[in-house]
Design a protein around this ligand. Sequence first.
Ligand code: NAP
Ligand code: MG
Length: 491
Amino acid sequence: MKNYKISKNVEEFLNGEVKLFIGGKFVKSESGKTFGSINPANGEVLATVYEAEKPDVDKAVRAAKEAFEHENWSDLTTLQRGNLMFRLAQLIEEHKQEIAEIDSLDNGKPIHEVLGNDIPNAIGQFQYFGGWSTKNTGQTIPVSNESFNYTKHEPVGVAGQIIPWNFPFMMAAWKIAPALATGCTVVLKPAEQTPLSAIYLGKLIKEAGFPDGVVNIVPGYGDKAGNALVEHPDIDKIAFTGSTAVGKAIMKKAADDMKRVTLELGGKSPNIILKDADLDKAIPGAFAAIMANQGEVCSAGSRLYVQREIFGEVTEKLTEFAKKVKQGPGLLQDIDMGPLVSKEQFEKVTGYIQKGINEGATILTGGSHSDKGFFVEPTIFTEVTDEMSIVKEEIFGPVLVAQPFDTLDEAIEKANNSPYGLGAGIWTESNKKAHYMIDRIQSGSVWVNCYNLTNPAIPFGGYKQSGFGREMGSYALENYTEVKTVWMDLS
Ligand code: NAP
Ligand code: MG
């Protein structure tokens, strides 16, 4: 890699056989089949990974079920479980450079973003939920002198977790940490595009001393490994993050045996700048809201609404920012933006840009892309209408559509004019206006004078077709908890 030396450990990991993590062991797939994980900065194979299919998923679920029912996991005290999670957090800290290199190579994202955001956030998940493992308490509920009533919070059982490729390591942590805190065991399927850091996490889980089978990791394709998890009778709960289309299909299938389901799905999130906003904050904020992580963020502020009086100034400055963005392989320290994750994603995003042009939108900047690697320039469209596909559909790339508005109610109506409801931004110096909009915007998160902040203690999730259930915060415990009610007759 030009200008960059990869850690020796990472080089060995990438050149070795990347195996499935099942029952505490790294094993080949039953079929012996492998697939290549691609480096999107050059389109070349980065590592060869064993591919999990149904027989491997069956094996992993068996291991998770045994760990849940018979082995050491359920016998551990809640404090011991929490301590294992703290130990894991510490190991991630110690290995953060390797993990960052792996995610940057596998996904394409700038390494400084992985080190500055994804990894501290992932560490925080294990620290935060490690703390919850001793605190997931039920209630005692007074009814009468003749009965003693209380609730117990019990783990759902074996959780099947399916994650996307945009924050590979961080998404794994978002999923695994709350499940472990409640006492569940896990079979995790990372995205086929970015399986490597999850397997690396498996090494650290083993090193931390978790009992075998508590966490199992099965890289493979959605329609095989993912589907095998969804259909498996011994999976008690599916936690899925990904596209709305796949989320709907999973929900239908899970109905067959009434698996518990939580879904974190797509978005087309509005970001609204009022004319009284502090533009020195709002303009760079709105730019990062869509362009960070190459625009591959479920809650990206992809629809920008700007009050008419300042529309020209805002779009002009955004265009200047876009022109200054330096693109290159994620491992180079001085780049702002890496490539998109895959050829498929590259084709999807460039297809949308072409569609926007064909539909008659005006392109202020960007639109071009590379021949080698999957780089797409930050792109800004204006003169768009609500009917255009670039305004309605999730692009999941560095493409912003900007529209002017006149009144607050008009901005709210436009913001809510979407089947999604994941995130929303409001930029204003008026508390009164901010609250007026907060109350009326249909969205799981609202950021005021900031955007896309997350924290392990703060819930995150969607309204409408952006899914249901909340990751993070105490709310995430509910995703993995059954409530048992106990009545004891005292009469
Ligand atoms: P995707 O195609 O839905 O894939 C997500 C995961 O589901 C992958 O692991 C995928 O496997 C697997 N999968 C695909 N088909 C499946 C099936 N039939 N049964 C079971 N699993 C299946 O989404 P993506 O393109 O990777 O990710 C981008 C999407 O995720 C966007 O819509 C984005 O908004 C959403 N997202 C949401 C959040 C949130 O918190 N709300 C966060 C991040 C991303 P393979 O790809 O390996 O085949
Ligand atoms: Mg890759």
